[in-house]
Ligand binder design. Structure first.
Ligand SMILES: Cc1cc2nc3c(=O)[nH]c(=O)nc-3n(C[C@H](O)[C@H](O)[C@H](O)COP(=O)(O)O)c2cc1C
Length: 383
């Protein structure tokens, strides 16, 4: 049996395998409410054999949404449609997490696949259109592109309210039945804006030294850990590096985050990168694995993500001890059955059919028998 398809235990959570669907914004919500789009988008990954599915960046306060069409968890009415999705995952063998997010100065931007604010006046009420001035650590826009506004710098009351927003959303996530909460501290959004000197020019206790820039994340973590059940894992997604040659957040900084996050009850770091205008690292297969590896070597379990859709490559990352879990985003969109297909590739026929839903597995086995494929352990000698 491959490592990728062996179970994984973390606190009170047991995953059927080590495959994860990374969070993916859909820009399909109205008033932050999940709907049939989210049910189908996410549910098909449960049927496709993934171990853990993480729901997209979900605004903890309305002004923390990337766009008006993001999911939200600032209101009790947003619990029930998410609970329906959670239940579906549980009934189909998958676990499910939710990424709690605040976009900071990257909030109130267009639904990207619309290519700008193209909503007509007639359309606006139907899609729940709103537009607002975002908040951030410092009053500096993300970029000079027209969709990014100059944000208002958060004062202490604003910081406190935002931290409370994260904690209240975590309470609602628990009520919805989620197995994991992931704090979005990556991709140049609010928490990342506090961490990185590119966006954080504050002169108070939240800015300046690395210790001060970490403060907001650590306070959010404390507030969420205080309400999120001790038996349930808490993940943090980081941009392990901004990709800036100087003056940014570095992998060394990320490694320095491990001890304080661990001390506060964080169980897993999900290691991405980038998010600030003009900086990034060059993508390629497994390009972010060294970040997951460095974090894991510092004592924190980690998720590797980024162009890991070759099952053999994914398996080798686990085999070499570079990460604990493997996440896919675009690869899962491309093939929602990726997990079960990867299981066949790594582990052959036989029991691997059991990862298909019961409604499908016998039929697919019959089809494969006729076609003479996936019948045996790929390591076994060919007849
Ligand atoms: C459609 C789409 C939406 C995304 N939305 C989010 C998001 O909500 N939160 C997040 O942290 N990353 C988001 N990402 C980034 C992915 O989670 C992932 O880190 C990235 O796509 C690299 O993985 P991949 O090569 O497997 O696609 C998104 C990516 C895609 C393709």
């Amino acid at each position: 049996m491959s490592k990728l398809f062996s179970p994984f235990v973390l606190k009170g959570l047991t995953l059927r395998n080590r495959t994860v669907v990374a969070p993916m914004c859909q820009y399909r919500a109205q008033h932050g409410l999940a709907n049939d789009w989210h049910f189908v988008h996410l549910g098909r990954f449960a049927l496709g054999g993934f171990g853990l599915v993480i729901v997209e960046a979900t605004g903890v306060v309305p002004e923390g949404r990337i766009s008006y069409a993001d999911l939200g968890l600032w209101d009790d009415a947003q619990i029930a449609p998410l609970a329906r999705i959670v239940d579906f995952h549980h009934h189909n063998g998958a676990k499910i997490g939710i990424q709690l997010a605040h976009a900071g100065r990257k909030a109130s931007t267009p639904v990207w696949w619309r290519g700008g604010f193209t909503e007509t006046e007639a359309e606006k009420p139907a899609v729940g259109f709103t537009h607002w001035v975002p908040v951030a650590p410092s009053a500096i826009p993300h970029s000079d592109k027209p969709e990014f506004q100059t944000p208002l710098a958060l004062d202490q009351a604003g910081i406190d309210a935002t931290i409370k927003g994260f904690a209240d959303a975590a309470i609602r996530a628990d009520k919805a039945g989620f197995d994991v909460v992931e704090l979005h501290a990556a991709h140049g959004y609010l928490i990342n804006q506090f961490l990185s000197p590119i966006a954080n020019k504050r002169t108070d206790q939240y800015g300046g030294s690395r210790e001060n820039r970490m403060r907001f994340l650590l306070e959010v973590t404390d507030a969420v850990r205080a309400v999120w059940p001790a038996s349930k894992p808490l993940f943090v997604r980081i941009s392990a590096t901004d990709g800036a040659s100087e003056g940014g957040w570095t992998l060394e900084d990320s490694v320095a985050l491990v001890a304080p996050l661990k001390a506060r009850g964080v169980d897993m770091l999900h290691c991405s990168s980038g998010g600030f205008d003009g900086y990034s690292i060059k993508p390629g297969p497994a390009y972010q694995v060294p970040f997951a590896e460095a974090v894991r070597a510092a004592g924190m379990p980690s998720i590797a993500v980024g162009l890991l859709d070759d099952p053999h490559l994914a398996e080798s990352v686990l085999d070499k001890g570079e990460a604990d879990l493997i996440a896919l985003a675009r690869g899962a969109l491309d093939d929602p059955n990726w997990a079960v297909h990867a299981h066949h590739i790594l582990d052959g026929g036989g029991q691997t059919y059991d990862l298909w839903p019961v409604e499908a597995r016998g039929r697919i086995r019959d089809m494969d028998r006729v076609l003479g494929r996936r019948q045996s352990d790929p390591a076994a000698p060919k007849p």
